[in-house]
Design a protein around this ligand. Structure first.
Ligand code: KIV
Ligand code: ZN
Length: 513
């Protein structure tokens, strides 16, 4: 019997800290559902004290998710822990993850606390957290640059106070695999009652070593890895879930552990997170990149055709790569549509939402004939916008684009229910359309990112557009999909404007404990 390696996914917390990767509550719920379907053990759903929006999203996830533990991050202070405790309260399985920095530089320059005060605060934090749940995780922030004797001291104290998981973060991605493994080995050996807790690691990728450091720590005794889909996360990101999980699965000769992850859900999770955050996956990314299983050279192709294992150490289908699967067409009925959505883990909240999505599906099926799973995901992204959130709505657009002529766009929108029209020239059809929309919306926002991706193959594929806008320190992503990429672009722009219009701002918590 192998030990279980606990997979703790922090896409919705550390992943969301990537610049511009913020997600709405509905989007977070969709990601959480996919993580549950993938059988992630712990979902870190957010940082409850960061903003009312974060709190609401964690609470909604706690109400929705049944199989995975739902966790909220909290600084080691009573207010944060109370918010975290309240947010996770409805969850079937709940965890509070509290942290305080332990490196000399963080304690002295950021916290302005002595080591004694830090230990005292950490112990108090565990006591507060225990009022809400028995499952309490403690992280020594910047453990990767902390003194080992001090780590032993603080971990001994928090275990005594009731912490059940001890997390060792390499917060700034400074460690090297053999050194990090040695740190874990020493901690497990020296800390009294080390065998009563789960040892965890949380590695950042500043030197491209997050996965290597995490896996080395597993070999040294860590039994939880904190990671994110596509390696999303603060700065250069976190350890990538798919790489950690597939390394352990592909090399059972090396790792004395196994995960319970449904690996065929990895690619759908990767696509969903990329679509929602607007962070594309590089084509040569391990496991989930478009080329991860593509063989270009003749010698490789020949080898794979003769015997797959000549050049493949994993099977594409085991991580969820499928041929674009034709799922539905224009003759498919409402029940087939509904049951395919259910198979994809997509739940529309009301009959009206289902009817509206089905009507859109019929329009799309007329234009496109073959509807794939990816099209359904894009379609329900549109549907996740409730009428209350749809302050700006596209009614009509027309673009003139001819060789040698300046492109010109006309748009008709509703703004808070009132119809408004505008037109504009632009350097291209998309530019002209955005300028026309901006004449009506006058949002004053700054465009940070515009990207287009074909959702499936073929020239009849829908274009999926991401628009990232920033205004007054807030950054939002808008998505739109359509077989006409100018329409997809207009939808994405309006989706971002609607998010700017409706969300309340997120307070970036400071390091005050
Ligand atoms: O990187 C880090 O140290 C963190 C902690 C809050 C675990 O994200
Ligand atoms: Zn982190």
């Amino acid at each position: 019997m192998k030990d279980r390696l606990v997979i703790f996914d922090t896409t919705l917390r550390d992943g969301e800290q990537s610049p511009g990767a913020s997600m709405t509550k509905e989007e977070k719920i969709r990601v959480a559902r996919q993580l549950e379907k993938m059988r992630v053990d712990v979902i870190e759903a957010g940082f409850a004290a960061a903003s009312p929006g974060d709190f609401d999203a964690i609470r909604a996830i706690a109400e929705t998710i049944k199989e995975s533990t739902v966790c909220s991050l909290a600084r080691a202070n009573e207010k944060d822990i109370q918010r975290a405790g309240e947010a996770i309260q409805p969850a079937a399985r709940k965890r509070i993850h509290t942290f305080i920095a332990t490196s000399p530089i963080h304690m002295e320059k950021k916290l302005r606390m002595t080591p004694d005060q830090v230990v005292e605060q950490a112990v108090k934090a565990i006591g507060w957290a225990k009022q809400y749940t028995d499952d309490v995780e403690f992280s020594a922030e910047d453990a990767g640059r902390s003194e080992i004797d001090f780590l032993c001291r603080i971990f001994e104290a928090v275990i005594k106070a009731g912490a059940t998981t001890i997390n060792v973060p390499d917060t700034v991605g400074y460690n090297f695999p053999n050194q990090f493994a040695e740190t874990l080995r020493q901690l497990i050996e020296r800390v009294p009652n080390a065998d009563k807790v789960v040892w965890s690691v949380h590695c950042h990728n500043d030197l491209g070593l997050a996965v290597a450091n995490s896996l080395s720590a597993v070999l040294a005794g860590a039994r939880q890895v904190e990671c994110t889909i596509n390696g999303l996360g603060e700065r250069a990101g976190n350890a990538s879930l798919e790489e950690v999980v597939m390394a352990v699965r592909t090399r059972p000769d090396i790792f004395p552990v196994e995960t319970r992850i449904e690996t065929n859900q990895i690619v759908p999770a990767s696509k969903l997170v990329s679509q929602i955050t607007g962070y594309p996956v590089q084509p040569n990314k391990a496991i989930v990149g478009a080329n991860a299983f593509a063989h270009e050279s003749g010698i490789h192709q020949d080898g794979v055709l003769k015997h797959r294992e000549t050049y493949e150490i994993m099977r594409a289908e085991d991580v969820g790569w499928t041929q674009n699967k034709l799922v539905l067409g224009k003759h498919s009925g409402r029940n087939a549509f509904k049951s395919r959505l259910a198979e994809l883990g997509i739940v529309l909240e009301s009959e009206e939402a289902l009817n509206a999505a089905f009507a859109k599906f019929k329009v799309l099926a007329d234009k496109k004939h073959e509807i794939f799973d990816e099209d359904l995901h894009a379609l329900v992204s549109d549907e996740a916008v409730t009428p209350a959130q749809e302050h700006y709505k596209l009614i009509y657009s027309q673009v003139c684009s001819e060789t040698g002529e300046v492109p010109h766009s006309q748009v008709t929108l509703t703004v808070g229910g009132q119809e408004r029209k505008a037109d504009s020239d632009g350097s291209g059809p998309v530019d002209a359309t955005f300028k026309a929309i901006e004449k009506v919306a006058a949002s004053g926002s700054e465009l940070l990112l515009y990207s287009v991706n074909a959702i499936t193959t073929g020239t009849d594929a829908q274009g999926e557009v991401t628009v990232r806008l920033s205004k007054g320190g807030r950054v939002v992503n808008g998505q739109g999909a359509d077989t006409d990429i100018v329409v997809a672009s207009a939808k994405a722009y309006l989706n971002a404007l609607n998010k700017l219009h409706s969300c309340s701002g997120k307070v970036n918590p400071q390091g005050d404990v």
